[in-house]
Design a protein around this ligand. Structure first.
Ligand code: AMP
Ligand code: TRP
Length: 328
């Protein structure tokens, strides 16, 4: 059975982009693949979040993954920091990736431009991400479009390591959905939707239905009043069409054909999104009432993940010439 791996940062609430770009595929893959999903709390440390907030966001992220339909009986669900092999292999990945390769990462450029303090961890972030993926002999990595460059770098790292030290890692491929891979901000449709939930341009997965509807009604479009799917020329309208298409499993061009005015497009998109989010909100409320169950799921997931990760790490260590650890 092919192995699927993906991760999500526990930084604030999840939004519609996370759901349509990534999480829906995660859920779909758990049925016929060996799926491993991770809340990447070590990655969150790159921007020094408040500790209490990090703790809350980490538990909320795991709860959210279960709420969208990740079934712990089918998938392995765990926290990155619970499996120390991630940090250990990351060092070997840092010694395999080039400084120049890391410097070209657009996510680093964006994030470092926006921050006062740029940690070394933010720079080497893709090395830790490669470690996450390669530890599980991953075949497929379902992600949104913004992660394409990181996964391609992970492939390059795996191939370089295999050339240097002999066959060690499976070289993974990304899986990016046809619709929903790049959900844009409703107010600034040239920017992707991101985790600032107070923003009028971001739709939170747990946001109440009236607020969701209001945000869609106020979404930025343009003044020519023509419903047409053309992301370059009409980013706002095309974003709404893309969201409606992704939420209802249709093709954006045929969705566009059904509308001649912006008003009905906006209200139908809001309704389709609320229909998608309502059961997730209910399930989140239900699961949140039993934190011990979430903790149990994560502990069992970490145990399963550790078994696979330890074997791969040992192979990488041995191939690179490190002396096996003495059994204790
Ligand atoms: P992050 O929240 O950055 O940890 O991202 C988690 C997953 O959601 C990754 O696979 C991202 O590619 C995906 N994602 C994040 N923002 C968007 C967006 N605006 N549209 C589509 N996918 C997204
Ligand atoms: N960097 C990813 C993001 O910001 C999160 C991530 C960390 C990830 N490790 C991963 C995604 C491994 C896929 C596979 O969205």
């Amino acid at each position: 059975m092919a192995r699927v791996f993906s991760g999500i940062q526990p930084s604030g609430g999840m939004h519609l982009g996370n759901l349509l770009g990534a999480l829906r595929n995660w859920v779909a893959y758990q049925h016929e693949h060996d799926a491993v999903y991770c809340v990447v709390d070590l990655h969150a440390l790159t921007t020094a979040p408040d500790p209490a907030e990090l703790r809350d966001n980490t538990v909320a992220a795991a709860t959210m993954l279960m709420s969208v339909g990740i079934d712990p009986d089918r998938s392995t669900l765990f926290l990155q920091s619970s499996v120390s092999e991630h940090a250990e292999l990351a060092w070997m990945m840092e010694c395999t990736v080039g400084f120049g390769e890391l410097r070209r990462m657009t996510q680093f450029k964006d994030k470092s431009d926006r921050s006062e303090f740029v940690s070394a961890g933010l720079f080497t972030y893709p090395a830790l991400q490669a470690s996450d993926i390669l530890l599980y002999d991953t075949d497929l990595v379902p992600v949104g479009d913004d992660q394409r460059q990181h996964i391609e770098l992970c492939r390059d790292i795996a191939e370089r390591f295999n050339r240097r030290y002999g066959d060690t890692f499976v070289v993974p491929a990304h899986v990016i959905p046809e619709t929903g891979a790049r959900v844009m901000d409703l107010q600034n449709p040239d920017d992707k939707m991101s985790k600032s939930l107070e923003s009028a341009g971001t739709v939170g997965v747990l946001e109440d239905p009236d607020s969701v509807t209001r945000k869609f009604k106020r979404a930025v479009t343009d003044s020519d009043n023509e419903v047409r799917y053309d992301p370059a020329a009409k980013p706002g309208v095309s974003n709404l069409i893309g969201i409606l298409a992704a939420a209802t499993g249709q093709n954006p061009v045929s969705v566009a054909d059904e509308y001649s005015q912006y008003g009905p497009l906006k209200s139908d998109t809001a309704d389709a999104v609320n229909e998608l989010l309502n059961p997730i909100r209910d399930r989140f409320a239900e699961l949140s009432s039993d934190p011990a169950e979430i903790a149990r799921v994560l502990a069992a997931g970490a145990d399963k993940a550790h078994t696979v990760a330890a074997t791969t790490l040992e192979r990488a260590r041995t191939n690179a010439g490190l002396i096996p650890r003495q059994p204790t």
